[in-house]
Design a protein around this ligand. Sequence first.
Ligand code: DHB
Ligand code: FE
Length: 281
Amino acid sequence: MAKVQAGLGTSHIPLLGRIMDVGDSDKAEWAPVFSGFEFTRKWIREQRPDVVILVYNDHATSFDMKFIPTFAMGCAEQFQPADEGYGARPVPTVKGAPELAWHLTEQLILNGFDLTIVNEMDVDHGLTVPLSMVFGQVQEWPCRVIPLAVNTVVYPAPTGERCLALGKALRQAIEQFPEDLNVQVWGTGGMSHQLLGERAGLINQPWDLSFMDSLADDYQRLAKISQVEYIRESGTEGCEMVMWLIMRGALNQVKEVHRHYHVPVSNTALGHIIFEQEAEP
Ligand code: DHB
Ligand code: FE
C-alpha cells in the first residue's frame, strides 16, 4: 500500500533557482538562505521518497488566461522545465508517475473534487525551485514527481478549507493505491508577498510566522482564512499559502522536524517546514 510518510512546505522563489543555476549558492551572502536547507538535503537522502506529489501554482507559464484550472493533476510520463522568458532552467526533466496520478485523479473525482487532467505541461519555478532547494544540483531527480497545480494567480483561488479537504482526500486516495510506495506531499509558495501594484514589496513577517506556528496543530484556524484576508494581510500573491494546507491535509498527526525562515529574499520571505507523519496508534 502506498503511504504518505512526510510532507514539507517551502517557498518557491525564482531567484533562488537562478542563484543555484549560476553556481552562486555557496557564496557567503547566500548562506543565511541555503544553510536552512542543509538539514533538508540530509533528511531527504534518508527518507528516499518514491514519489513526491508536488503542489504548486503555475505562474501564467503553461496555463495562460485562456485556461485556468483550479486544480490540475499532471498525469504525463514527464514534464520539461519551462522557459519563463529567460530560457529553461538547466535542471533535469521531471519524471512523472502516470499510474498513480491517474489513480489519484479517479479517486478524487469520484470523491467530488473535479480535477483537470493534464497530459502535457511544462513546469515553472513553482515546481522546479523546490526540487532544487531540497535535492540540490543533481543529474537526475532522485524520485518521481506528480505535479498538482493549483490556481493562486487569478482571483478566486480555492479556499483554504477546500485545499485542506483536498489534502485529506488525497491521503485517502494514496492509501488505496496497492503498490508499496513511500509518498511525500509538498506544499509550495508563499510566504507573504505582493509583486505588483501600489503595495508591491509587502511582506508581513508576523503573519508568516503565525501561519507556520499554526500549521502542525491549529491548521483548522488557517483553513478559515478567507481570500480577502490573505490579500489584505499577506498581499495578492500571499494566497499561495493555501497550497501548504493541501500538504497538511494529506498528513495526520505530525511532528515538526525542521523549520527555516529568512526575510527578505527577492520580494518575499523564505519559509520552509518539514513534518513527519506520527506513527498511527
Ligand atoms: C517571487 C515569485 C514567486 O512566484 C513567489 O512565489 C515568490 C517570490 C519573486 O519574484 O520574488
Ligand atoms: Fe509563486
